[in-house]
Write a protein that binds this ligand. Sequence first.
Ligand SMILES: [Zn+2]
Length: 379
Amino acid sequence: MLVRQAWALLVAAAVAVVACSSGEPRPPATAPATPLDALLASTARDRWLDNGIDPWEVWICHVPLDSTVAVYGNLQLRLPLTPEGVAAVLQAHVPAYFDAVSHGAYRPVFSPGGELTMTPAETPESCLAAAAQAARAGTRGVIAVADAEHAMGQPGGFGKAGEPCAQPPCTEQQTGRGAYVGAADFHPLWGDRPPMDLVEHEIGHALGWPHSGVVDGAAQPYQSGIDLMSDSAAPRAVDADRRDGPDTIAVDRLAAGWLVPADVAVVEGAGRTVALWPSTGPTGTRVAVVALDAQTFLTVEVLAASGFDGHLAASGVAVHRVRLAVRPGEARTQQPLVGAPPFTELLTLGRSIVADGWQVVVSSTAGDVWQVAITPSAG
Ligand SMILES: [Zn+2]
């Protein structure tokens, strides 16, 4: 199953997987020399939102019982959600996730906003837009939570970075930055430990992150278990007690400014062996980048089987092919290349892959440091 489901179905399946739309993509504004430079240039304008304290308001969208919007599927359950109650739940869980993932660079803070009563034909997008228009000064993101569940097969929510901000700081009314989710994860049967991976995923979109490992139209389109921005419920599929999403991948850390060029090993020409520390860690060279053309590059990184990636069977090396958005309407694509879905079996000592004309070999490991040889492949 691919989406957040009605509560009864959730209990029966015990596994739920995120699906959502990601808002408008952001094509690069310049044409720098390398695709890494292009990534950094095209994401620079979002950095003011991706770092420091990020004030979010929580709004409740009351869905009428006679709603005709397909996402609600005529389901009749309504939860007595309040902005204060949902803000308290989010504040108790989500800041700690992003504080850990960003190593203190980014911390969302949630406060109550207000409540909106939707008309029968009103969509989630409309409710979120109305909440954004009503947000207080200083708010940088609005999260709208419906009091109704979503029907089976419907997206669990969506998130968006909003309109570009030419001269930060911009107001919430100018950007419309926000996220929306259905009610399923706030059902009281979750107790005081509701799943937070869907909200974390949608906030990832508000940080400007696209999906990874996505196959549009597939029965399970979000196929990667090694990135918050794909199958965010992957940790819970391994351990039912998990509530947060996986950690994220190096390319998104670069985009957010949580990794900087000094943390990157650029590999070119005849290639070389790189000493890599885990990309999810706080120090060291944390990603190797191989340019394939002006818009495309490989990222090579170590993911440690600990923390939010504790669902991995073993630490190892992940490789992604990243293709930048070129035309308006496109999103950056990020495809894991090691193994098969859910891509959680990574390269370990002595293992290698060949991808896009390059061979990646794990040549030795010592503690947190992995020696990875990245060279042009023969033929
Ligand atoms: Zn998404």
